[in-house]
Ligand binder design. Sequence first.
Ligand code: GLV
Ligand code: MN
Ligand code: MN
Length: 420
Amino acid sequence: MATSSATIAAVVKAVREDRLWQRHMDLANIGATGRGGVNRQALTPEDAEARLRVLAWAATRGFSPSVDAIGNVFIRRPGTDPTASPVVAGSHLDTQPTGGNFDGVYGVLAAFEVLEAASDAGVTTDRPLEAVVWTNEEGARFQPTTMGSAVFAGALPLETALATTDTAGVSVAQALAETMQRLAIPQRRAFRCPMAVYLEAHIEQGPLLETTHHTIGIVSGIQGLRWFRVEVTGEEAHAGTTPRRIRKDAFVAAVRMVTALQELLYDSADTVRFTVGRFEVTPNSPNTVPGRVLFTIDLRHPQAEVLSRLGDQIEALCRAQAHDCSVVVTETLSSPPVEFDPAIRAWLTQSAARQALAHMDIVSGATHDAKYMADLYPSGMLFVPCRGGISHNEAEYAAPADLAAGTRILAEVMLTLAHH
Ligand code: GLV
Ligand code: MN
Ligand code: MN
């Protein structure tokens, strides 16, 4: 059957809530923490295992995988026109250290469910349909976040990404080589290869849809994000013998900096997002004055000019608070706010209306791989609610019916746009 409104409806109908949920539960076992969440950080054996599981499902359906030089995996269901660029959707399988079972996983499994539903409905498309698994979206083990899509899009040089190390000194190059050996995908994919469209389904990771009783969020854009790494150097000294006046305490200096940053970035409207998520004290011994502190800053705002103005003050502020210590501030990521294609947003909105699902426009507070695709291809995202708005937390939960509802929207739009 070729694509028509009847065949699109057949694919939407073939989306299976039970299968989609079971696949989430299968992946939840890989890297399970024992407290309901997962620790499946990028390019670990657990990340490789999750990718292998999806590849095994793909193999049983006859879908073909390919991989690029940063380990992004593309799973293709062919179309009838071998020259046509694919309709692509996906997200990521890596997680935070205390991650949940839906962040990223949903976008990959929703895309995969669309490919399966198309096969179950016996529908052929002009364009290929693809599900993509981006490498290291989370940025928890290797910084920055959205590494795989940034390299794919040319926003981050491959060599820079490969040379990045984790806290144990393992490089992306080493961890990627081990992962690639396990995946053993012979077919290679070029960066920035053509796509007809890129779509990403995701849990909202915030409370808006749930509290306003909407099933679908049509994402208008993603707020801007800047990451900094702050290294404060003092001098190690004996805790019992060294008077305060001659100490160069890197911890005390870093605390001064964080306190001053909190004041600088205080926003009574509560729109600015400021997080110090990593704070490492060296040598981390109770009776040695700390000689070195490394901390990270995650700063976000929906308006580019506010983000620029605030972020540009960080280095000077840290210097002013360093006193007898020295400080090096490095910006590791600068990602301006992104707006998604109005035509794609309209397709998603029409589909939600046609399927009689309560929907609203929403700005993404979290960042996503779709932001880099938006520079290259017509792109868009849809959100489904997550309980209590809780995410980056083992308690993260999304209802099976909502996951399936979002997948049906994805199916309708992917199938519509897979037709010439
Ligand atoms: C992605 O996980 C983000 O930090 O927004
Ligand atoms: Mn995510
Ligand atoms: Mn995340």
